[in-house]
Design a binder for this molecule. Structure first.
Ligand code: GLN
Length: 206
């Protein structure tokens, strides 16, 4: 953290890297594209963007990022995972390809491609717990849903049919949708405020 400016890494193996960086910068963060383990040094938080989770899993191993990321998550690095990023954070997945693993840390099970292969993408308007004002307009792209929520994990967003599409712990925020393409920065703002700043801010001096 330089001054009051958090440094947020965006995993840059595939997905909406530039879009996440743009939202984070708009909110005053410094961003770094993460491609290898040394890029994790000094981060105050990390975004795992959407993409294809099985490919990202393979790339994480090839780049030597999987184990350092697992350690970072367990040590309390704040992480926002969107879509495939949520899948990477989940402890368990349904519909994984053979050998696919996750980083884990978030005690949930997610079902990949839960809206069926026909429904490639759709928009929705959903309320997210902790976000004030009107509901968020968001995009689902071959999205997962959360099918099991472990103890200590809060459900923060559901669809009208009850499907869980947003979950959080003190340091991890996982959503099944893409908040980075809607022009609404409130989810990233919540991540920076509730997870990153509350963790890195020094205690008030008297
Ligand atoms: N269906 C993808 C997966 O399983 C996720 C899609 C996305 O991130 N938009 O990894």
């Amino acid at each position: 953290m330089a001054g009051n400016t958090p440094t947020i890494g965006v995993l840059a193996l595939q997905g909406d890297v530039a879009e996440h960086e743009a939202v984070l910068r708009e909110l005053g963060a410094t961003t770094i594209q993460v491609r290898n383990a040394s890029d994790l040094d000094g981060l105050d938080g990390l975004v795992l963007p959407g993409g294809e989770s099985s490919v990202m899993d393979k790339l994480l191993r090839i780049c030597g990022l999987r184990d350092p990321l697992r350690e970072g998550i367990r040590a309390g690095l704040p992480v926002l995972g969107t879509c495939a990023g949520l899948i990477l954070l989940a402890e368990n997945i349904e519909g994984a390809i053979s050998g696919q693993e996750t980083l884990g840390g978030l005690d949930v099970t997610v079902a990949r491609n839960a809206f069926g292969s026909q429904v490639v993408s759709h928009e929705a308007t959903i309320a997210v717990e902790g976000i004030e004002g009107p509901p968020l307009d968001v995009l689902f792209i071959r999205a997962p849903v959360v099918t099991r929520v472990g103890p200590g994990v809060r459900v923060i967003a559901t669809l009208e049919d009850g499907s869980v599409v947003g979950v959080a712990t003190e340091t991890l925020l996982g959503v099944a949708f893409h908040p980075e393409v809607s022009g609404d920065n409130r989810l990233h703002k919540m991540f920076l405020h509730d997870m990153v700043r509350s963790r890195v801010s020094p205690p008030a001096r008297r």
